[in-house]
Design a protein around this ligand. Structure first.
Ligand code: URP
Ligand code: ZN
Ligand code: ZN
Ligand code: ZN
Length: 462
């Protein structure tokens, strides 16, 4: 397929300029003014619109078995929803059970992901430690294009990594040229607070944020940063949700430590009042970790993105339907943790970021695509509208509006955390791997069209 995107303004992280974009064979082959349309080309009129690198969501969980159930979106439905929202690449997570070989889990996830409609790649979680984990980390980096490892500091008695595992895994990552990432929450504190709340009879979803106050997150963020600092590794902190974690990152960066932070679209615009919704089914639908926080924290997260101490925006897309969330109807600690957003992230961040004057269009590209590509080492194949890059492009109408709703979303979840929010700034066309997969509301996602993207270790030259 050959596509000419004509008459738009190309926005990259470094600049915006008027240009047409020609794609052929899955790659961008020309960017320039007044490009000639080849005879067989599909022409997309981008007049009055922005032409940007397709979004990269660096944090999703498709088809994840978690807390006794499996997420509603699989790799096909989840990536298709992403394409409808302008996201053309996801970084998902392989999460081995404790004692499971990393290689076994990796191959299981690779099999599940073959149905993906968009490109995907994996962080691999280190949930336990022995010599086989050391060995498998090496195999993953050297033979399978994995360059990031995830550590859950929460979820005690399940996938939580203790300090021994963190230290050994961070050290191994450094040796291999891979970057450690962490879910920063003190799992022991969460566990004890949960037990106390349940014992007091506070068992509804309103207890969820009480069991995970900002200090619980900040302690873990500080600990991960300290371990990384002592060992000399970079560290990437996923879903930073509170001012105190951001402060830890900001302090470390000011000292010259290479620390990166990710903000979720949901954490930027939704506050903790959702947990006190009179309908417990609605309140349960918002249960995710870390929880939504007060507006003071939202303000801080925006400042982090603006000031360069937070680098990426993600969703942690991890959908569970009402029936699944009801597993915790009598005990909030059993509510499967997770919310959706892969389809809405770009529009929510544009609307709340660019329309408010917090971000320029180039800064939007930086935090929705380019930084993720650079931090996880797939730039400029991804994250850039330039000759030689993958033809992953979103054509963006800054004047178009949409009201976000579970009734119209493509995700298989039955809830939308952004329900009723009207956003201005929406994708009109998405091109993924050189194919027009979304055009003015018409989603043409193709099962299995997505490719596994290998990410080389840092410090290696091609
Ligand atoms: O609540 C969440 N975030 N669920 C997904 C797993 C994780 O912690 O990222
Ligand atoms: Zn293999
Ligand atoms: Zn997490
Ligand atoms: Zn997650």
């Amino acid at each position: 397929m050959t596509i000419l995107i004509r008459g738009g303004t190309v926005v990259n992280a470094d600049r915006a300029f008027r240009a047409d974009v020609l794609t052929e064979g899955g790659k961008i082959v020309a960017v320039g003014e007044n490009l000639e349309a080849p005879a067989h080309a599909t022409v997309v009129d981008a007049g009055g619109q922005y032409v940007m690198p397709g979004g990269i969501d660096p944090h999703t969980h498709m088809q994840l078995p978690f807390m006794g159930t499996v997420t509603a979106d699989d790799f096909y439905t989840g990536t298709a929803a992403g394409l409808a929202g302008g996201t053309t690449t996801i970084i998902d997570f392989v999460i081995p059970d404790p004692k499971q070989r990393l290689m076994d889990a990796f191959h299981t996830w690779r099999g599940w992901a073959e149905k993906a409609a968009a490109d995907y790649t994996f962080h691999v979680a280190v949930t336990w430690w022995d010599d086989s984990v050391h060995e498998d980390m090496g195999t993953l980096v050297k033979e399978h294009g994995v360059n990031s490892f995830k550590h859950f500091m929460a979820y005690k008695n399940a996938i939580m990594a203790d300090d021994e595992t963190l230290v050994k895994s961070f050290r191994r990552a450094l040796e291999l040229g891979a970057i450690p990432t962490v879910h920063a929450e003190n799992g022991e504190l969460v566990y004890q607070l949960q037990r106390e709340l349940v014992a007091k009879g506070i068992r509804g979803p309103e207890a969820h944020p009480l069991s995970r106050p900002p200090e619980v997150e900040a302690e873990a963020a500080n600990r991960a940063i300290a371990i990384a600092g002592v060992l000399g590794t970079p560290v990437y902190i996923v879903h930073v949700s509170c001012a105190e974690s951001l402060e830890a990152i900001t302090r470390a960066r000011a000292r010259g430590q290479r620390v990166y932070g990710e903000a979720l679209a949901g954490h930027l615009v939704i506050d903790d009042s959702v947990y006190r919704h009179p309908d417990p089914e609605v309140a349960r639908a918002y249960v995710m970790s870390p929880p939504f926080r007060s507006s003071h924290h939202q303000t801080a997260l925006w400042q982090g993105l603006q000031g360069g101490n937070l680098h990426t925006t993600a969703t942690d897309h991890c959908t569970f339907c009402a029936g699944q969330k009801a597993m915790g109807a009598d005990d909030f600690t059993r509510i499967p943790n997770g919310c959706g957003g892969v389809e809405e992230r770009m529009a929510v961040v544009w609307d709340a970021g660019v329309n408010t004057g917090r971000l320029t269009p180039s800064e939007f590209v930086r935090i929705t695509s380019t930084n993720a590509a650079q931090i996880f080492n797939i730039y400029p194949r991804k994250g850039s509208v330039s000759v030689g890059a993958d033809a992953d492009i979103v054509v963006w109408d800054p004047h178009g509006t949409r009201t976000l709703s579970a009734a119209t979303q493509h995700s298989k979840g039955d809830f939308n955390v952004f329900e009723g929010r009207t956003v201005r700034g929406i994708p009109t066309h998405t091109v993924a791997a050189g194919k027009l997969v979304y055009a003015n509301g018409d989603l043409r996602a193709e099962r299995g069209a997505g490719r596994y993207v290998e990410r080389p270790a840092f410090g290696t030259t091609p």
